[in-house]
Design a protein around this ligand. Structure first.
Ligand code: MLT
Length: 405
């Protein structure tokens, strides 16, 4: 008799963004004339940079000739891309990361979900609340969740509330935790931590022999000086943190898929005898076994992000989305709504008016204004009373959405 993974029966039936897509589809079916503006899932609308397209075309041609054809690539990514990452994303910021600490992959979502493979089930997980649901769901699937409580929280996961009341800065855990997920600039709130605030977490992890899983997928949107782009800008972080980066929101790769994860050789976990073991070879081993590398054509596209032309195009795209974020912030503030984020992030986090719940306000915006948002409660109980709007639409649609509100 085959037994299933029981934890799959314990998690909510649908993933947050699938649930929203289902509701929007049902609404669209019932109201085919509705002109819907999508500001829900953080999916980009601007096309890939020309520099990436040119590089990918060239790579396609190489794949079509026997003398330049390539089959399986290195599971960790091609050197040409890993070297660019080291040089432009780290060395340029004074951070020393070596090529073999960089693992190219097909998405920060996959990597943040898969990283648990190399960590013991007994680890106590800490997440901010609200939180990108992948961190929680994947741990619950693996069996680290414990029991699902009525408020949607797992009793074995430690939640760190981030609300307007505490400036969206999580307090250090009041009990011992082993693995801490931090996402900055934050998804969903769009808020950030300063270097000093992030240092508190690196110091905590160092003192408690904990591990920080730092999701920096939105670092390209940082505009303010004191906001770190990488956790490795904080002294000692290479010993206690793994960092996830993505080309999805930066260069429009949501459909093309390319990202990378940095696992420094100095980053340690402990075996059952308390012996220190570097996580880098373990992640390498995991990737070699379960992943056959990001496609060559895609990695050539990602490499082009670092060309002069690529960098200029990416800068324009980011500026375009940040302008949308400003439009959203200004329009909503002018109407008297309380808004957060949107300055170093494509996400604007808005307090729902007159005490309505997140889902009530989500329904209201969908049905009365034909605008799709994401209900804050879908990201955790501290997201109740908020909705998230993304700046990834076109400028025209962003302006129209604000006009409608
Ligand atoms: C989001 O909307 O939170 C993100 O787009 C989801 C993702 O990147 O997987």
């Amino acid at each position: 008799m085959v037994h299933l993974n029981q934890h799959f029966l314990e998690i909510p039936e649908t993933y947050l963004f699938s649930e929203i897509a289902k509701r929007v589809d049902a609404y669209k079916k019932a109201n085919p004339e509705a002109n819907i503006i999508r500001m829900g899932i953080g999916d980009v609308t601007r096309p890939l940079p020309e520099a990436c397209i040119e590089a990918m075309h060239k790579a396609v041609d190489e794949m079509g000739k026997a003398e330049t054809f390539r089959g399986y690539g290195p599971e960790q990514g091609y050197d040409f891309l890993r070297e660019k990452i080291v040089e432009f994303d780290y060395a340029a910021r004074g951070v020393k990361i070596s090529k073999d600490e960089v693992f190219v992959s097909d998405g920060a979502k996959s990597d943040t979900g898969n990283i648990g493979d190399i960590l013991a089930l007994a680890n106590k997980i800490a997440v901010t609340d609200p939180v990108y649901p992948v961190y929680v769901d994947t741990n619950a699937m693996a069996g680290r969740g414990g029991k699902l409580k009525e408020n949607g929280c797992w009793d074995n996961i430690y939640y760190m509330p981030c609300m307007a009341e505490n400036g969206f800065v999580p307090a250090l855990p009041a009990e011992a935790v082993d693995v801490i997920y931090l996402c900055y600039p934050n998804n969903p709130t769009g808020t950030t931590l300063t270097k000093e605030q992030l240092k508190v977490w690196v110091d905590y992890a160092t003192e408690h022999k904990a591990l920080i899983l730092f999701d920096a997928a939105y670092e390209a949107f940082i505009t303010e000086k004191d906001v770190p782009h990488s956790i490795y800008e904080i002294e000692g972080a290479e010993k206690v943190a793994i960092e996830f980066r993505s080309y999805s929101k930066t260069a429009g790769f949501t459909g093309t898929r390319c990202s990378y994860t940095v696992v420094p050789k100095a980053c340690m976990a402990y075996d059952k005898n308390g012996r220190e073991v570097s996580l880098n070879p373990l992640w390498n081993r995991r990737q070699c076994t379960k992943f056959n590398g990001t496609p060559y054509i895609i990695q050539r596209g990602a490499e082009a992000v670092y060309s002069e032309k690529g960098m200029a195009e990416v800068k324009d795209t980011i500026a375009y989305y940040l302008e949308n974020a400003k439009i959203i912030r200004n329009a909503l503030s002018a109407k008297g709504y309380e808004v957060f984020g949107g300055i170093n992030s494509p996400y604007v986090w808005m307090k729902t008016p007159s005490g309505s719940t997140s889902w009530e306000f989500f329904d209201y915006l969908l049905q009365s204004k034909n605008i799709v948002t994401t209900p804050g409660a879908g990201f955790g109980p501290s997201g109740e009373g908020y909705i998230r709007l993304t700046a990834f639409s076109t400028k025209e649609k962003t302006l129209e959405a604000m006009e409608r509100i």
